[in-house]
Every structure is written in structure tokens, then in C-alpha cells.
Design a protein around this ligand. Structure first.
Ligand code: ADP
Ligand code: MG
Length: 234
């Protein structure tokens, strides 16, 4: 069966600094993400992984290149298009959760415009294993629990694509594994996942692995030996 590319990144360039200090965070990067991929982008610190994910998530502007998502080049979007894109098309999960600490779990999950349905949010909080924690504040939860709140918030958008930047990077091994298992389940339910990590073992649960170095893609592999999240050890 022909695989459908839902994200097509072409010739993407992002630089920081100028003159002598100019550096290429992304140096002509091209990648495809296929529908229902569990794609891992693997690379050492500073290789450009977060920059690439932030460009796809429209968190920051590119210098040049194109990023077609579901057929539309988001690089050409105006501010209004970008707001709608961030709200509806992409879910984002960060290493340090990015929860608002002065509001409850429930309020965090329904934070986005268009995500205000509390019944639905309650179901999602239950879905990520936090039933009964709706009125807790983030500081009353463990890191792993906070990350699961962040995942519930992302799922509440009902977007087709979930971008995860080192989602286990701030967690102990046991909580990290629970988060990976949750992402595996979400993938099995039909979502396309792009997960960035510097941990090679985590890549073994992906169906495709893209490796980056110095702002460039150095390899694209199909993984014929997909390992269950419960079996990943790092
Ligand atoms: N806001 C920024 N200003 C200057 N340099 C940056 C900025 N963001 C990233 N960089 C640089 O771009 C390169 C890639 O960074 P990043 O995408 O964060 O890598 P990774 O996520 O793989 O660790 C690094 O050399 C980093 O220092
Ligand atoms: Mg990073």
C-alpha cells in the first residue's frame, strides 16, 4: 500500500546568529512523516532536533524551505492561519511539561480555545490514568503524572499529529516507561507521532528512525524489529 505523507519538510534552513557567529541549526533538512507513523528523530544534543520539531509545530519561523502539513505549506501561513494550525492540527508535548502551575489539572486540559468541554476532558484525564486528580494542581503531582496531564491536554485538541520533544527526558525510568506506553497506545489508536530523543533505546519502538547530526539528516531507517514500550530499557 502506498504510504501517505502527511508532513513533507523540504530543504529547511534555520540559522542563529550572524557574521562570524552564524550557525546552521537546520542545514537543508528534508523529511517525510507518513500517516500513522511512530517516527523517532534521534540525535545528540545540539543536532537540531528541537529546532526541527518547533518548525513543524509552528512555534518558530524558518529562514527558508517548506513544510507541507496535510497538503498546506505552513511556512506561507499568516498569523491567523498559524494560530488555527497550532490550535487544531498539531498537539505538542514538551520535556518539561509546560503546564500552568496556578491552575488545576482540569483547567490545564481545557486551556485551549475549542477544548473547553469538561466531560470530554474528564474522559481524557481518565484515559491517561489520572482519574480523580482533576482538581489537583501540577505541583501536587509527580513528574510522570504532570507529563500525562500534558498528554491529555494535547489529546484534547483531537489533532491527527502529536509532536513530542524528549517527553521522558525529565522523568525517572519507571515514569518514563509509563509515558512511552501511553504514547504507544495513542499511536495504536490511530495518531501519527513524531518523537524527538537522544536515547537510542527509545528509537527501537518506532517504525521509522531519522537520525540527525549537526543540523542535517544523516540516515532514514525503517525499523523491522519494533519493540514494545514495556520492553524498552535505557
Ligand atoms: N534560540 C537560539 N539561539 C541561538 N542558538 C540556538 C537557539 N536554539 C537553538 N540554537 C542552537 O541550534 C543548535 C540546535 O539546537 P537544538 O535544535 O535545540 O538541538 P537538539 O534539540 O538536538 O539538542 C544548537 O547548536 C543550539 O545551540
Ligand atoms: Mg532538544
Amino acid at each position: 500500500m502506498e504510504k501517505k505523507a502527511i508532513i513533507e519538510v523540504r530543504d529547511l534552513v534555520k540559522t542563529y546568529g550572524e557574521g562570524e557567529g552564524l550557525m546552521y541549526a537546520l542545514n537543508h533538512v528534508s523529511i517525510d512523516v507518513y500517516e500513522h507513523d511512530f517516527l523517532v528523530i534521534l540525535g545528540g544534543s545540539g543536532s537540531g532536533k528541537s529546532t526541527l520539531l518547533n518548525m513543524i509545530g509552528a512555534i518558530d519561523r524558518v529562514d527558508s524551505g517548506s513544510i507541507k502539513v496535510l497538503g498546506n505549506d505552513i511556512v506561507k501561513y499568516n498569523d491567523k492561519d498559524l494560530t488555527l494550525y497550532r490550535r487544531n492540527t498539531i498537539g505538542f508535548v514538551y520535556q518539561f511539561f509546560n503546564l500552568l502551575n496556578d491552575i488545576t489539572v482540569m483547567q490545564n486540559v481545557i486551556i485551549a480555545p475549542g477544548s473547553r468541554d469538561k466531560e470530554r476532558a474528564k474522559e481524557l484525564i481518565k484515559r491517561v490514568g489520572l482519574e480523580g486528580k482533576e482538581e489537583k494542581f501540577p505541583r501536587q503531582l509527580s513528574g510522570g503524572q504532570q507529563q500525562r496531564v500534558a498528554i491529555a491536554r494535547a489529546l484534547n485538541k483531537n489533532s491527527e499529529i502529536l509532536l513530542c520533544d524528549e517527553p521522558t527526558g525529565a522523568l525517572d525510568d519507571a515514569s518514563g516507561k509509563q509515558v512511552l506506553q501511553l504514547l504507544e497506545e495513542i499511536h495504536n489508536e490511530g495518531k501519527t507521532i513524531v518523537l524527538v530523543t537522544h536515547t537510542r533505546e527509545i528509537a527501537s519502538m518506532a517504525n521509522r528512525i531519522i537520525t540527525m547530526k549537526n543540523g542535517q539528516v544523516v540516515s532514514v531507517e525503517e525499523n523491522d524489529h519494533i519493540i514494545k514500550a514495556s520492553e524498552v530499557v535505557w
